[in-house]
Ligand binder design. Structure first.
Ligand SMILES: CC(C)C[C@H](CS(C)(=N)=N)C(=O)N[C@H]1Cc2cn(c3ccccc23)CCCCCCNC1=O
Ligand SMILES: [Ca+2]
Ligand SMILES: [Zn+2]
Ligand SMILES: [Zn+2]
Length: 209
């Protein structure tokens, strides 16, 4: 097949992340736990680990934001990401071409405002500096932990963090990287064999030793 295009990936063995904003729909500790669980799903397959930081600038910024162009910016922290991302002109992962760059920052500090309930649930940037790796979740969704009604946060976080690691979409409906959300119960939620193959193709296998 075609020589593998330059697929950006994290070079460091330890990638840091920081959760800078939360959703009203779930307790903070639940969001912390589900983010760690989503990250661990990927890192247990590859020789890379994640470290959570609560201060400073991490590799991966995770947060919730809402709104379209006519909603006042809700989170200044993202605008920092927006500025650093702009300086590198980092292309967004899987953004439909219809997104033409606005001439002013959109609601949550990058060029891609969210669209209210439904529609796009979240988005994430491929590995790189500034906005690279960051994952933003649409606060206008009803987020759930897999028990109540609402969007399963673990499933969406695993998809987004797959993008943050450099994965693209898969045409396999069983893949976590399938482009549309399918309600999965979070009890036996796991990566598909294809997901594991894709991530190991990019980062290699975690040695059992
Ligand atoms: C896979 C996700 C976790 C992440 C992706 C976004 S991304 C960038 N990270 N790949 C996502 O949000 N996909 C949309 C795609 C989508 C489905 N529809 C849409 C209607 C309008 C706009 C988008 C959509 C039809 C109606 C259903 C809307 C709710 C579910 N939405 C989706 O599945
Ligand atoms: Ca939405
Ligand atoms: Zn964003
Ligand atoms: Zn996606």
């Amino acid at each position: 097949d075609l020589p593998s295009r330059n697929r950006p990936k994290w070079i460091s063995k330890v990638v840091t992340y920081r959760i800078i904003s939360y959703t009203r729909d779930l307790p903070r500790v639940t969001v912390d736990h589900l983010v760690a669980k989503a990250l661990n799903m990927w890192s247990k397959e590859i020789p890379l680990s994640f470290r959570r930081v609560v201060l400073g600038i991490p590799d991966i910024v995770i947060g919730f934001a809402r709104g379209g162009p006519n909603v006042t910016p809700t989170c200044q922290a993202f605008s920092l990401g927006w500025l650093s991302g702009l300086s590198r002109g980092f292309l967004k992962q899987n953004v439909p071409e219809t997104h033409k760059h606005a001439h002013r920052p959109a609601a949550h500090g990058d060029f891609y405002p969210f669209d209210g309930p439904g529609g796009t649930l979240a988005h994430a940037y491929e590995p790189g500096p500034g906005l690279g790796g960051d994952a933003h979740f649409d606060e206008d969704e009803r987020w759930a932990d897999g028990r109540g009604l609402g969007i399963n946060f673990l499933a969406v976080a695993t998809h987004e963090l797959g993008h943050s690691l450099g994965l693209r979409h898969s045409s396999d409906p069983d893949s976590v990287m399938y482009p549309t959300y399918g309600a999965r119960d979070s009890e036996n939620f796991k990566l598909s064999p294809g997901d594991i193959r894709e991530i190991q193709e990019l980062y290699g296998k975690r040695s059992k030793s």
